[in-house]
Design a protein around this ligand. Sequence first.
Ligand code: GRF
Length: 199
Amino acid sequence: MTQIKVGVLVSGEGSLLQAILDEQDARYTVVGVISDRPAIKALARAEAAGVPTVVHAFKDYADRDAFSLAVGETLKGWSIDLAVNAGFMRILSPVYLRTIGVPHMNSHPALLPSFPGAHGVRDALAAGVKVTGTTIHFIDESVDGGPIIAQEAVTIDPDDTEDTLHARIKAVEQRLYPEVLRAFAEGRIIVEGRIVRIR
Ligand code: GRF
């Protein structure tokens, strides 16, 4: 089996990145990490693991297209097989998706298509739902709307705050994302339109 090369995009704490790094094996390796913010913990985690990092600060670009193309150029320079968001909080332009040439995945802290957007945990709590969870999906030109690869439910406790609920969701994401990366590396993820099967 050929080990696939993964590029990871981050914006913050990097706990999901850490899980992805910790689970690397003969199936996938992280070859680079891109952040849209300097001096964040996720970058320190990448550096501690000896993984190259690049910062593309959103404010340094004229617009979203220019930012997205710069991210794409960096990823292409690493000859990746797969890009994955791990707590990356920027939306990439359609022009990025048309040029990157490899699949791009995201992990969202809610059961899509419910509660898309930047506040999936907060919005689920505010809506009073009793079950939420996590969704790993391919990125397409919609926001949080691409084909769903894997989902897992998390029960909401009556006393949950956004932080306590998000911590339990993150624990699930940290287990599920590496599993999905391994399945992708093994060629076990089959996409038929909107339907994704894991063999
Ligand atoms: C995850 O819940 C992810 O779904 C969301 O941000 C969280 C990742 O946080 N977009 P971290 O930076 O990996 O700790």
